[in-house]
Structures are given as C-alpha cells and as structure tokens.
Design a protein around this ligand. Sequence first.
Ligand code: ATP
Ligand code: MG
Length: 440
Amino acid sequence: MGLDELGDWRRSHYSSEINPALDGSDVTIFGWIEDIRDLGRIKFLTLRDREGLIQITAKEGRASPQVLGKLELLGRQYVIGVRGRVKAVKEAPRGVEVEPSEIKILGIAKHPLPIDPTGRVPAEIDVRLDNRVLDLRGPIPSAIFKMRHVVVGEIRNFLAEEGFLEVHTPKIISSATEGGAALFAMEFFKRKAYLAQSPELYKEQLSSVFEKVFEIGTYFRAEESHTRRHLNEFISVDVEEAFVGMEDVMDVQERLILRVADRVARSCRTELELLGVKAPAPRAPFRRYSYDEILEELKGLGFDLEWGEDIPTPAYRELGKLHRGEYYFIINWPTKAKPFYIKPIPNDPDRCYSFDFMYEWIEISSGGARVDDKDLLVRRLVEQGLDPSDFQHFLRAFDFGMPPHAGFGMGLDRLMMVLTGMENIREVVLFPRDRFRLEP
Ligand code: ATP
Ligand code: MG
C-alpha cells in the first residue's frame, strides 16, 4: 500500500483541544489509531496524539466513498491525518467527535503488534522494553515522561534562581573518581580512558571558580548488580557550592524537593491520576538522623550491624517501612564508609560530614562537605588505597586557592521512581541500560 503525501496538511488542533464548543468547525488532526470499532453502517476510530484521544465517527450515507474506502485499509497504530468537522455528541467520549471528510494514511504498522500499548493486555517489562517506542505510546509511560519533563525543568529553574551556574563537565576521563571500581574502560586513540561515573572532581574544582555550580548529566557505572534501582547509565543532578558546609547543601536539597513536589502537584494532576499516585506533599523540615541513630533503629528491627559498615539492602527495606512516606537524611557517616573527598569531622575524625538523602528505603542523593586541605586530601587518598599521582590534576586545583565547599549528587531516575510510585527504575528511563540490556 502506498502512503499518502503530507502535502500542505498541518495540524489545526491537538485531540485535547477539540471540545463540544467547537461544534461545526473544520479541523485537521494527526495521530495513531488506538482502536477501530466497525458496527457495519457506522465505524469508530480512536485516534491518539501526544495530548490524548479523540473519537472519529464515519457513518454510511454521510461519509464519502473515498473515506469509507480508506477506513477499510486501516489497522491499529497506523499513522493518519484526518480532516473533518467537529460534532458535539453526548454519547461520545468528552462529548465530542470528528466526522471525517478526508483521511490520509501517513504510516503503517505491521500486524500482529508485539505488545498492546494501551496496556489492556499486560506484558512483561522485558517484552515492553524490547518494543519500547511502541510501549511509550501507552498512557502510563506517556504520563511518566511528561512528568519527568516537568521535574527536570523545575530543578533547572530552581537551581538557576538560587544562583547556581549550569556547567557541563567531560564524560571521557583519564582516571577514576573514587578508585577503579565500577568504571567502564574505553580506548581513546592510543590511550586508555574511562566513562565518568560522577562529575565530583570537576564540580569541586569549578566551585573554586564559579562558587555555585550544577550539572544535569549522564554517568556510567560498571556495577554488575542487577537491581530495580540501579542502571549502568543514569542521570545525576549535581550541585556544588563554595563557602558553605554540609547543612547548607542539605537545605538546598530540601528546598529543591519541596519546589519539585509543589510543581508536580500543580502541573501534573492528570499524570498523577493516571499513575494512581497521590500528589506529593512532603512535610518539611525533613528529619535528620545520624548514622549511629539509624544503626540503633536497625538493631530494633533485628539487624545487628557493625559500626562502620555500609547498610545492606534488606536492612534499608525494613528501615523504609519504619519511615513510610518520609523523606529523611542520614548524616555523619563513618569516614571509612565514604569516599576520600568527604571531610572528616575535626574533633571526631572517624565520622565525616556526609549525608544520604532518603525516601523510605531508597537513596535519592549523597553529599557532604569536602576536604579542602591538600595535605589531608593526599592522606585520605592513601588511606583509601588510592595513588595520589592518579589525581594530580585534581590535586593541583588545591594549589590555586580552594575555598571550603560542599555539595551533593542526586539520582534523577531515583527521584522519578519516588514521584511516580514506580518500583522499577526501568519504567522511568526511556531506553534503560543494564548488564543484560544494551538495546534498543
Ligand atoms: P547506591 O548505594 O544506591 O548504589 P551510591 O551510594 O553508590 O548509590 P552515589 O555514588 O552516592 O551512589 O551517587 C549519587 C546518587 O546517584 C545516588 O544517591 C543515586 O541516586 C544515584 N545513583 C548512583 N548509582 C546509580 C545507578 N547505578 N543507577 C541509578 N542511580 C544511581
Ligand atoms: Mg551514595
């Protein structure tokens, strides 16, 4: 079947803009066929565009033979253009339909389709991800990614308004941020290079220039663990600020969440409803627990963890039940559980100025005050088994006048999981990358 040419057809309305008040107007609409119902003398098409659905109704006797002929050729997910007249009809969805006077077939879909994007026939996530573009046309993914757009926009506005300068740091780097673990190596002409796992060392240096910086970027981690909250490629929102300490950037994190939650609650009502989640209404101030307090809580839950250890996932799961619906901070971690660049507390050097920002059992961000003294930094590198000569460019910035500084890195995908109520991070990423998935 030959396709029709678009020619001079241009959209006059999105589906959502067509309402009973337009009764009698002529419109040009485009979209994908979600459904076809053929009742013999009357045929119904449901057309989906990015804004929603509209019913197209063709009646024998009223529609032209050309239109009726075209209708015979159509299948679900075909791309069509329709010119026609709006009719206010009580029985139609939203009380309105379009009577077609002309139809163009602009793209076809091969049948049988591998999944039903309406979600009425549920499919396994792997099958959905294998056919992701089709899957994304469904109402749930569509709601998730519209919300993601709103969230990213609001984060950017918020940070810019707070005086942070947006920067872009390199993603191809010559040495590890925090040691060799979890880095993807690559060939860079005749040298070895790595994909950045975080902008940490660059944003710290830039705090000695622009004082307040942020970056929304893609990072890579060669973690082998296959979980529902880790990917090998993810987006991080990184913030770094000079002349402040840990508490100040925790306040930035808190204000950021309040601002995003407020915006989502106001701008994403339809999406929240579709996703079946309540509008976020976090209550500030967020509680701040010390690592030691959390260890006590965990003891009460039956987890006897040794002081200094990281907290294992099953323990977090239980902790999440205790902190249901709560955003909270865990502060003052053992120095040895955190990276070399986190500042030890001077009169209690086994603990450091670091925080994890949590929602229930999920870590959303990590941050803290940074070591700003070069000698201490070199000692910390050695203590963590790293070779200071691998960090000479980073260390040199400390010879050029380094202010005290603090910051955090927040996983955007993790935040989206929380806001959308999704259990699997893959749901909130367009084309997720994990150990078993490099395509599509
Ligand atoms: P986790 O303990 O959850 O593995 P992490 O402590 O290793 O995370 P950080 O180095 O603190 O991660 O990175 C800062 C933030 O980036 C995390 O709080 C998280 O939101 C996000 N993040 C880190 N690794 C991943 C990943 N593999 N996939 C998705 N998001 C990630
Ligand atoms: Mg962390």
